[in-house]
Ligand binder design. Structure first.
Ligand code: OAD
Length: 241
């Protein structure tokens, strides 16, 4: 069993930065001079219910491309390290991810909560069932559960409620360590978790390439690529540092 050190219950929030080194575009700050996703596409068009109502085919094709792309990517050392921590940690641990890729799971992590949904699921708006999905949605395939041609990406759009907020706040209430990895702190409610965790008494740590918008809210910030900062932090916490 892992050394517990001073902490027992951990909540980890991850964002696009944890998958950047796997070759998945971030939403805001582009890496290596590449334009970010929201520089290449209009959020209003592809990430709102109104955009979907206006032009469902454009939205479905956008997510078809993203769904296909993530299946060609591989977990990086940051995902691997978090999976190692998940397997070894005897206390509570929850990896709350804003990411819709499956790289935490493919690295082997089990205690993962996708607050913004998942690319590899389709949501039937007729029967409300979510089904595993790897292919295209653009040609209106039938729902595996009810046969209605009402499937949409199971991704939370702007203006929609993120998933499992009660479970997240319950974990934050118990947490004595909150760690935010690779997220710009631009999108609420996730951006507010640090304040909540801190007020509830947790130590708060940020691991990010650069200072995020909410950097000043953390007790501690460590800057650098997630593939380096995350494995060394995991080593430290498992050693009971
Ligand atoms: P952003 O693109 O806003 O921020 C990514 C953060 O990761 C930035 O602060 C980068 O500096 C940092 N970063 C980039 N490369 C990194 C690396 N190799 N190692 C460590 N950090 C790195 O992505 P999110 O904060 O995840 O929501 O965005 C939050 C939400 O906004 C997304 O879930 C999505 C988006 O609109 C929805 O679609 C609902």
């Amino acid at each position: 069993m892992a050394a517990m050190g001073q902490y027992r219950n951990i909540v980890i929030l991850t964002g696009a930065g944890v998958s950047a080194e796997s070759g998945i575009d971030t939403f805001r700050a582009g890496t290596d001079g590449q334009p970010s996703l929201w520089e290449q596409h209009d959020v209003e068009d592809v990430a709102t219910p109104e955009g979907f109502a206006r032009d469902p085919e454009l939205v479905q094709r956008f997510y078809d491309m993203r769904r296909a792309a993530i299946q060609t990517k591989l977990p990086n050392p940051a995902h691997d390290a978090l999976a190692r921590l998940d397997a070894a940690w005897g206390g509570d641990l929850l990896i709350v991810t804003q990411n819709v890729d499956d790289l935490h799971e493919r690295a082997g992590a089990r205690r993962v909560l996708h607050m913004h949904g998942e690319h590899l699921k389709a949501w039937c708006t007729a029967c409300d069932v979510r089904s595993p999905w790897r292919g295209s949605l653009a040609d209106y395939p039938p729902c595996p559960a009810c046969q209605a041609r009402s499937l949409r990406p199971d991704v939370v759009w702007f203006g929609e409620m993120p998933y499992e907020m009660n479970r997240i706040y319950a974990a934050l209430r118990r947490a004595d360590l909150f760690v935010s990895i690779g997220t710009s702190g631009a999108v609420y409610p996730a951006a507010g978790f640090v304040r909540d965790a801190r007020e509830l008494g947790a130590h708060t740590l940020e691991l990010n390439l650069e200072r995020s918008q909410g950097s000043h809210l953390f007790h501690e910030s460590r800057l650098g690529p997630a593939s380096q900062t995350v494995p060394s932090w995991v080593d430290e916490v498992l050693a009971g540092a």
